[in-house]
Design a protein around this ligand. Structure first.
Ligand code: SF4
Length: 233
């Protein structure tokens, strides 16, 4: 979640200090909350379904608005899915009301745009929920997820991309394309086999590498069935 005001700027009409939510909806647009360990019960009790979540995997690059740099995540972040274009939370109604208010995640409950102290304490001391907390006990499935996480490691991807950047290393570029192809084919195979519902793939394996490769300033193009990387800077 993002701070919109950065402090208490008061009512835009009368200037009085804001002390409660005025349902502008701004904090629910721009990226959903990261689930915290307190939110595990929402999944266990069926209030949240895996199809409503996606994972930002450890190692993914995220923009840090404090350092103004892209930095890698040191652990998984499991998040509520958002509308792709607007980044609007899937549970925000057209009237800017939370449709799961009574069961909203811990970050949402701790966030007050007029007073940052509670959410800052959460960021500073609390632990994000990770995929292992949720499905670590499901043996065959967890093995598949960890195997994918190693084979499609963002740390390795970053190393390969640095070689591509430095010297247009052909071997490194091929390895990146192989990694993306493996990620894609695993998802396709699981869908075809009927073993996994397509809507939970982005929770299990994170977003497809063919999409997230843009965080390294490349996009994937395919000609005559052959993948290749194109720089977007
Ligand atoms: S769950 Fe509710 S409070 Fe949280 S971001 Fe979505 S709409 Fe907003």
């Amino acid at each position: 979640m993002e701070f919109i005001t950065g402090g208490n700027e008061g009512c835009s009409e009368c200037g009085a200090p804001q002390t409660s939510c005025n349902h502008c909806g701004a904090c629910c647009i721009g990226g959903g909350p990261v689930l915290r360990t307190q939110d595990e019960r929402l999944i266990k009790t069926g209030k949240l379904d895996l199809s409503q979540l996606y994972t930002q995997r450890a190692g993914e690059l995220m923009f840090n608005k404090d350092s103004l740099k892209m930095e890698s995540l040191d652990t998984d972040h499991v998040k509520l899915k958002v509308e792709p274009e607007t980044l609007r939370c899937q549970f925000l109604s057209p009237e800017n009301r939370c449709e799961i208010y009574a069961h909203r995640p811990f970050e949402c409950r701790s966030f007050k745009c007029w007073d940052e102290r509670e959410i800052q304490a959460v960021y500073a001391s609390d632990v994000p929920l990770c995929r292992e907390d949720i499905i670590g006990g499901i043996k065959g499935l967890w093995d598949l997820v960890t195997d994918h996480h190693e084979r499609c490691s963002y740390a390795l991807l970053g190393e390969l991309i640095r070689k591509v950047d430095a010297s247009s290393d052909r071997d490194a570029m091929d390895k990146v394309c192989e990694m993306i192809a493996y990620d894609r084919s695993l998802r396709e195979t699981l869908i075809e086999s009927g073993r996994v519902k397509p809507v939970i793939l982005d929770f299990l394996f994170g977003r497809p590498l063919s999409t997230t490769i843009v965080m390294f300033n490349y996009r994937l193009e395919t000609t005559d069935g052959i993948d290749f990387l194109v720089s977007i800077v």
